[in-house]
Design a protein around this ligand. Structure first.
Ligand code: FAD
Length: 432
């Protein structure tokens, strides 16, 4: 993918006002918060990260590890509206809404449906593409600076199809990607077998995307970022944030242990829980969670050469340092319902059929909260109540992918510089 964005090592600006110690508090030690914390530290700011559990406690630990730069099409699109009714019929299928959460998710669904209008899809695709291009341009610079470059893999992704009809239905999406300069090639069964041996013969075609990178292990990567941040002199505090209060020279951060901290600026990057904190500033952000599930099998469970996407079934199989991860699916079930690990089991069962040699024993199940806004774009911008709080959450399926790009943008904001790309489309206030 041609990015057109030149990536430069991040340097401190000449001046960034009179901020002193505790210049910035970042809430959330996931991949987004830690990337921002490091980028801000590299600009010369004093940064503290607060997390209620410590680094890599949320979605950043258990995701599929993909830098899905080619995934520029928003989930909110006419295509999903066609697939959703069939998917919703299967309670363990790629998309489900637990009855206990159906009423609560309804307003978000309405906004999602509105975001599926073609003109809005075009707008979201163009915004998503600019953030993807930036994130790709920033990635290797960021990985080099944090000593994590050896964790980068450039194996690509193989999307597989079970019928010609499924392949034909995917073509408009590939055409849209082609317009944005994304490289891919459609492959027949023979080439698929040479790229990834061991696929069941039911898959008759595929699309190989070489520009799809991955990280050796998302949890180890997030922990490595935390370590690097500490090595730069940043501090990580374990406590839960209850509320934010704007004050004349910054922001007070109130914690559930009754404590209070102060900072000139606060970055809110608490993943799927961020809207609860934004609410204490009087803002209602329509953040929901798309819960995702997986099972991580021992590393010798299958000879996986690259990430394989079973798009028709809403899950992927990924090779990580920690093992072979089988997972995906979307469950619109909110933050409080208990996990339903039958979903992990259902995907694993399908994976055994799709990869007949897969050894399915000895796995570890996991559920994580994707932080999702209705139009599939993140919220990156200042709070309505005060310019001293910057929101950076809602990256949905793409938080790892977009972490380095988001960090660059937020570091620009914190240091009073013009942001490297136009961020109007990511305005937290765009839903009114
Ligand atoms: C099954 C699955 C597969 C995925 N695969 C991919 C993929 O391949 N590629 C990709 O790019 N993305 C993927 N994602 C999405 C990605 O994991 C998320 O977008 C990303 O991890 C979000 O990062 P974050 O830092 O915003 O949130 P999180 O990682 O969830 O971190 C938020 C942090 O905030 C803390 N926190 C919450 N509330 C408070 C509070 N009140 N006070 C203090 N701390 C608080 C939490 O403890 C947590 O550590 C996947 C997600 C799932 C579920």
């Amino acid at each position: 993918m041609g990015t057109g964005i030149k990536s430069e090592p991040q340097r401190p600006p000449e001046s960034f006002g009179n901020m002193s110690r505790s210049d910035v508090v970042v809430i959330g030690a996931g991949v987004v918060g830690l990337s921002i914390a490091i980028a801000a530290k590299m600009r010369g700011l004093e940064v503290t990260v607060i997390d209620r559990e410590g680094p890599a406690a949320g979605a950043s630990a258990g995701n599929a590890g993909a830098f899905a730069f080619t995934d520029i099409l928003p989930l909110a699109s006419p295509g999903i509206l066609k697939k959703a009714p069939k998917w919703l019929l299967d309670p363990l299928g790629p998309l489900s809404i637990p009855p206990a959460y159906a009423l609560q998710i309804a307003p978000w669904m309405l906004k999602f449906w509105r975001a599926c209008q073609p003109s809005r899809v075009a707008h979201s695709t163009s915004a998503q593409t600019s953030l993807m291009d930036l994130s790709k341009a920033e990635l290797e610079v960021f990985l080099s600076a944090t000593g994590t470059l050896p964790m980068l893999r450039k194996d690509g992704n193989l999307q597989v199809y079970e019928s010609d009809a499924e392949f034909q239905a995917s073509l408009p999406g590939w055409d849209a990607r082609k317009k944005h300069g994304i490289e891919f090639r459609h492959v027949d069964a023979a080439e698929m077998a040479s790229l990834q041996p061991g696929l069941a013969p039911r898959f008759i075609r595929g699309t190989f995307t070489p520009g799809w990178y991955s990280i050796a292990d998302p949890k180890l990567y997030t922990l490595a970022l935390a370590e690097h941040f500490s090595a730069l002199g940043g501090s990580i505090e374990i406590t839960e944030v209850k509320a934010l209060r704007p004050v004349s020279d910054g922001v007070d951060i109130l914690t559930t242990d009754g404590g209070k901290r102060s900072a000139a600026k606060v970055v809110l990057s608490a993943g799927a829980f961020s809207h609860r904190i934004a609410k204490t500033l009087g803002e209602n952000i329509p953040l929901e969670t798309e819960r995702g599930y997986n099972t991580t099998l021992p590393a010798d469970a299958f000879d996986l050469r690259m990430q394989v996407t079973f798009g028709g079934h809403g899950f992927v199989v990924t090779r990580l340092t920690s093992g072979i991860r089988v997972g995906g699916a979307v469950e619109l079930g909110g933050l409080d319902l208990p996990p339903n690990f039958k979903r992990s089991e259902a995907m694993l069962k399908k994976a055994q059929t799709f990869l007949p040699g897969l050894k399915a024993d000895g796995g570890t199940q996991w559920m994580g909260f994707r932080p999702s806004l209705p139009d599939s774009l993140p919220a990156i911008g200042r709070a309505k109540a005060t310019p001293n709080v910057v929101y950076a959450f809602g990256h949905g399926h793409l938080g790892l992918t977009q972490s380095a790009g988001t960090a660059r943008i937020v570091a620009d904001m914190l240091t009073g510089q013009k942001t490297v790309i136009d961020v109007a489309a990511f305005s937290p206030q765009r839903f009114g």
